[in-house]
Design a protein. Structure first.
Length: 152
């Protein structure tokens, strides 16, 4: 069986950051790596779930909403996948930072926090989403690899 691309990345040297994971025609999958893999520091489910609700809602309501394909957590709890079409990586990087800033500025209930809208609506916390957003925004603000390639 052929190994999928994400299993070909050396997770032992991967640091938190913003990476291009794969390109399929005009759709680019971004690896929004919030944690160092296999270091014991994983997002808990409520933080991951809450950031997913907030980020996905802002992305799908942005000026480029028609270019957003998907935003969701990695099963390993060390980041998110963000699939976008027809946008340059620098635009997606800037969009990601803008959305994290919007999350930090937001006051109110977590988007989609009702039994009608979510299958685990009680597992949401704006403060946890903000904590994750702040931590990841700090990573992005200090990122020097603006080619967004994985380390080798």
């Amino acid at each position: 069986m052929e190994r999928i691309k994400s299993f070909q990345i050396n997770h032992n040297i991967l640091e938190p950051g913003f990476y291009i994971s794969r390109e399929d025609d005009n759709v680019i999958t971004y690896d929004l790596r919030t944690r160092k893999p296999n270091a014991g520091d994983y997002m808990d489910n409520a933080a991951m779930h809450s950031l997913e609700h907030m980020f996905a809602t802002y992305a799908r309501n942005s000026q480029v909403r028609d270019k957003i394909i998907y935003f969701g957590p990695m099963g390993c709890q060390t980041g998110f996948y963000f699939l976008v079409k027809d946008l340059a990586p620098s635009e997606v990087f800037a969009l990601t930072k803008m959305i994290l800033e919007q999350i930090l500025a937001y006051e109110g209930p977590v988007f989609g926090a009702s039994a009608i809208e979510c299958g685990n609506y009680q597992n949401l916390s704006l403060s946890l989403a903000k904590e994750e957003a702040k931590k990841y925004l700090e990573v992005l603000n200090s990122q020097t690899n603006l080619e967004f390639t994985y380390p080798e």
